[in-house]
Design a protein around this ligand. Structure first.
Ligand SMILES: Cc1ncc(COP(=O)(O)O)c(C=O)c1O
Length: 404
């Protein structure tokens, strides 16, 4: 008898984790690895998080089980934070989860089953297909490369939709591309989904990491008729450097949130009360100065990264409007020789960059986009400059274009 259930055959180890493990092994062996692979900010969390957690640790009420859908005061604070001003988001519309990943998984697991298709714009965040498979559904990828600004449109979605289509995953700003849909683009897609009766899972984890002059608007607010069939996920991990606290949220109609709350109560239960208290402090505080400084420093590094990568012949690198990644096309280097090795895929190029230049990047294959690499620019200025220089030297001294 096989030890594992069939469903485990539908998922594998993520490319992201494998790269991180290899980079760590090199670091442990004494190499100075430049890490462009991380999916988080390089700062500590706002001090209000630590202070609130320390205080919460002494509250006996918080030592015990709490409400399975999250602390009422945090549900209320998240509702106030997300409500567009018309009272459409209330505490009953909010479920507090152990990280945004759990919110996404709960949403997919609760709505998708065998026979259901999920439209998945690619490049996509690496975990979506696995989650859809685990739920028994089928991901239907809709690819939009750099020529499309990494954004799908209604025509592309319409061509991919069938009567099995139950959900669209919509991530803006996106991981791995940093692409942000404009309000008009968002509205068009939301109205199409509402017309077609398709549920939308709007993953808004990068909502506060958007660079001027762009701004974020939720699809649920732009298309009110979608609200009943729209689930939004978000959290404090990315924007407030709080990935380790593991707090996220899911919002949607009170009926859906009640059902998904039942799912949570039978699986993980509520997240840690201490981490919830820390999150409450950060949300109530607003941390606008912290956020402004973070965006400003990311914006500066985004420019350094773009200037550096665009100076390397053959790389095509769009300017991302949000998050903290760039997603250059390395198509020009495929089929060429780099560091004495023939490169046939971006996966191989990422491996060569790691072993020959000690630079960790994530291959586009992890995101349904072979031919690209994902690089985070949330690292210190010295490492950023050094990393770009190493990539440039490795690629250009290999003379992939036959240039002498
Ligand atoms: C688009 C997207 N959604 C969800 C997550 C999961 O976030 P968390 O760390 O809060 O679970 C990530 C993390 O990389 C992400 O990029």
């Amino acid at each position: 008898m096989r030890a594992l259930a069939d469903r485990m055959g539908r998922i594998g180890e993520s490319v992201t984790s494998a790269t991180t493990a290899k980079a760590k092994a090199l670091r442990d062996a004494g190499h100075h690895v430049i890490n462009f692979a991380a999916g988080e900010l390089d700062a500590g969390s706002p001090p209000s998080a630590g202070a609130a957690a320390a205080a919460a640790a002494h509250h006996e009420r918080l030592h015990h089980y709490g409400p399975q859908s999250g602390l009422p005061e945090l549900r209320q604070a998240v509702a106030e934070h997300l409500d567009p001003g018309d009272g459409s988001v209330r505490a009953e519309n909010v479920l507090i989860t152990s990280g945004t990943k759990q919110a996404v998984f709960h949403a997919i697991f609760a709505l998708i089953g065998p026979g259901d298709d999920v439209l998945l714009p690619a490049p996509y965040w690496t975990s979506y297909p696995s989650m859809i498979h685990l739920a028994g559904g089928t991901p239907v990828e809709v690819f939009a490369g750099w020529e499309h600004g990494f954004k799908v449109d209604v025509d592309m979605l319409e061509r991919a939709a069938t009567d099995r289509t139950k959900m669209l995953i919509f991530t803006s700003p996106a991981n791995p591309t940093g692409a942000l849909y404009s309000p008009d683009e968002t509205r068009a897609i939301g109205e199409w989904a509402a017309r077609r009766g398709i549920a939308v899972l709007s993953d808004e984890i990068y909502d506060r990491l958007v660079f001027s002059p762009h701004h974020f608007q939720s699809i649920a607010d732009l298309v009110p008729e979608l609200r009943d069939r729209c689930l939004r996920t978000g959290g404090v991990g990315k924007s407030f450097a709080m990935t380790g606290w593991r707090i996220g949220w899911l919002t949607g109609s009170a009926t859906l949130i009640r059902s998904i709350g039942a799912l949570q109560s039978h699986t993980t239960g509520h997240p840690s009360n201490i981490a919830q208290a820390a999150t409450l402090a950060v949300i109530q505080n607003g941390e606008s100065d912290w956020l402004a400084k973070t965006r400003e420093s990311l914006d500066r590094r985004r420019q350094t990264m773009l200037d550096g990568l665009r100076a390397i012949p053959g790389l095509v690198c769009l300017e991302p409007a949000g998050a903290f990644y760039v997603f250059p096309s390395v198509e020009a280097y495929l089929g060429k020789e780099v560091a004495g090795r023939q490169v046939s895929s971006s996966l191989e190029l990422a491996e060569i960059l790691l072993t020959e230049a000690q630079v960790a990047v994530i291959a586009g294959e992890a995101f349904g986009a072979p031919g690209y690499l994902r690089l985070s620019y949330a690292l210190d200025d010295t490492d950023l400059a050094e990393g770009i220089d190493r990539i440039s030297r490795l690629l250009t001294t290999s003379r992939p274009f036959g240039v002498k």
